[in-house]
Design a protein around this ligand. Sequence first.
Ligand SMILES: *[C@@H]1O[C@H](CO)[C@@H](O)[C@H](O)[C@H]1NC(C)=O
Ligand SMILES: *[C@@H]1O[C@H](CO)[C@@H](O)[C@H](O)[C@H]1NC(C)=O
Ligand SMILES: *[C@@H]1O[C@H](CO)[C@@H](O)[C@H](O)[C@H]1NC(C)=O
Ligand SMILES: *[C@@H]1O[C@H](CO)[C@@H](O)[C@H](O)[C@H]1NC(C)=O
Ligand SMILES: *[C@@H]1O[C@H](CO)[C@@H](O)[C@H](O)[C@H]1NC(C)=O
Ligand SMILES: *[C@@H]1O[C@H](CO)[C@@H](O)[C@H](O)[C@H]1NC(C)=O
Length: 210
Amino acid sequence: MVHLPLIITVLIATASVATSSDAPPYTNHTVGGQSGWFFNLTTSTPSANYSSWAANQTFNLGDYLIFNTNTNQTVIQTYNETTYKSCTTDEDSGDETFVFFGSQEIGKPAMVAVPLTIEGVNYYFSDADDGTQCDKGMGFEIMVGHGRGLPPSLNQPPPPPYVAPPMDSPPSDTVTTNQGQTFYNGGSGIRVRFGMAVLLLLFSSGFLLQ
Ligand SMILES: *[C@@H]1O[C@H](CO)[C@@H](O)[C@H](O)[C@H]1NC(C)=O
Ligand SMILES: *[C@@H]1O[C@H](CO)[C@@H](O)[C@H](O)[C@H]1NC(C)=O
Ligand SMILES: *[C@@H]1O[C@H](CO)[C@@H](O)[C@H](O)[C@H]1NC(C)=O
Ligand SMILES: *[C@@H]1O[C@H](CO)[C@@H](O)[C@H](O)[C@H]1NC(C)=O
Ligand SMILES: *[C@@H]1O[C@H](CO)[C@@H](O)[C@H](O)[C@H]1NC(C)=O
Ligand SMILES: *[C@@H]1O[C@H](CO)[C@@H](O)[C@H](O)[C@H]1NC(C)=O
């Protein structure tokens, strides 16, 4: 015979461990605030001081960075400090760097949403104009905390790798984004908790059946 109230108690206790309700809610951070993610070629300056913008924010897993920009800039994410400081991805053959947004077009408006999926230091920069933008301050680093952990929508295995289209396909005028290539760390959290709940359930029912 299965003792229903005890099992329900166990499940509720497990569920409340799963969500730390005092962590801040998921937040979307608009990079540079009203100024957006732009570089002025005439003055050779970014539209905002992104380091001081970032210093005034708290970032957690499951938050998004929203880049309001156009195709004159790129959005590169890296966990590699050397790559960030060098303002180029050319020397980086590792798997810590992603081109979230990059295009050959000029001045076409774009909105790029970058989910924060790895705790710790994340770096962002634009490598457009052969690194000049980044050299002139078009970059920033953030520290990503745990917060509530990854939401289920981001807690998925990564999509299959990009496969190049056949050579004879017509040229596309769509903006090239590469949003699929994100690392998903800590993806086992929910499965572990579910496994614990099942184990506890089996344990408590077995115990009561004796
Ligand atoms: C944050 O941005 C993501 C990606 O664009 C979107 O799916 C989500 O609804 C936004 N959340 C809020 C609270 O605006
Ligand atoms: C760049 O800055 C100059 C001087 O402040 C300004 O006149 C121009 O409109 C700016 N260009 C863009 C694209 O914002
Ligand atoms: C951006 O602001 C920081 C202070 O938050 C300052 O140290 C830095 O020099 C500024 N960068 C530029 C390019 O003005
Ligand atoms: C930091 O944020 C606070 C509150 O959101 C605001 O009052 C302050 O002006 C901001 N400082 C900077 C440098 O953006
Ligand atoms: C970091 O980037 C540098 C060059 O930018 C590269 O030599 C190094 O192998 C990278 N490290 C990792 C762990 O990928
Ligand atoms: C984009 O860059 C081109 C030069 O490559 C420049 O003429 C144009 O003004 C830029 N557009 C914006 C909106 O900054």
